[in-house]
Design a protein around this ligand. Structure first.
Ligand code: Z5A
Length: 212
């Protein structure tokens, strides 16, 4: 089974503190102003059950999960999220913006943890089945992103990783963007929040122009 690309499906990706939440609000606002229905969501999470799985994944007090445990929990949450939240919205022609999606599993569980990308692709085909038309990769040097993220207080289990882990996440994302230039747009997230949001909105407006 190949992946089905949905034209109104946008995902945001990036390392820690890249500014995804900030950009998501700006994109949502623009879509709403133009009278379009928009569903904004996040991963891991996006349904009550998937949010419970998120809690398990990010809690630093459990035993350390194996790579496969972490990967399969990410995909368990995603399977539910796709069926219960994302697909119903896309099928009624709403726009969907997700703060992270499958690319995050390739970057974190694949590139950073060393999980097998062939296995990840198999999971993507079998339990996800869909792809966004546009992925905005907010790219920021690891030190800058971590400084922003760690300024917020206690780290969750994944935020507590060492800096070289996040370097591999960044490399993993940039490699995916280079491999799929038609879907990815890389945004320089070291700029001011306003400029980052404006760049992201400009990319989204081009997609809106193609879709409607
Ligand atoms: N994960 C995974 O491993 N595998 C998967 O398949 C999936 C996820 C889906 C939870 O994700 C964790 O799950 C995440 C990846 C893993 N790992 N960690 N750690 P998350 O997306 O919920 O968590 P996050 O990446 O830690 O989010 P974040 O750090 O909050 O990033 P953000 O949303 O991109 O940043 P933000 O909240 O918009 O901004 C962070 C701070 O920076 C905030 O104080 C802002 O005011 C500030 N900021 C934002 N933009 C700027 C600019 N441009 N300049 C200066 N300051 C800024």
């Amino acid at each position: 089974m190949t992946l089905r690309t949905y034209p109104r499906f946008i995902t945001l990706e990036g390392g820690e503190g890249a500014g995804k939440s900030t950009v998501l609000s700006a994109l949502r606002e623009v879509l709403r102003e133009t009278g379009r229905e928009v569903v904004s969501t996040r991963e891991p999470g996006g349904t009550p059950l998937s949010e419970q799985i998120r809690g398990l994944l990010l809690d630093p007090h459990h035993e350390t999960p194996t790579i496969d445990t972490e990967l399969l929990l990410m995909f368990a949450a995603r399977a539910q999220h796709v069926r219960e939240t994302i697909l119903p919205a896309l099928e009624r022609d709403a726009w969907v913006i997700s703060d992270r999606f499958t690319d995050a599993s390739y970057a974190y569980q694949g590139a950073a943890r060393g999980g097998d990308p062939v296995f990840i692709a198999e999971l993507e085909r079998r339990v996800v089945g869909i792809a966004p038309a546009l992925t905005l990769l907010l790219d920021v040097p690891v030190a800058v992103g971590l400084q922003r993220a760690r300024g917020r207080g206690a780290a969750d289990r994944i935020e507590g990783e060492r800096d070289d882990f996040f370097e591999r996440v960044r490399e993993g994302y940039l490699a995916r963007a280079a491999a799929e230039p038609a879907r990815f747009r890389v945004v320089d997230a070291t700029q001011s929040p306003q400029t980052v949001a404006a760049d992201a909105v400009a990319h989204m407006r081009r997609l809106i122009g193609e879709v409607s």
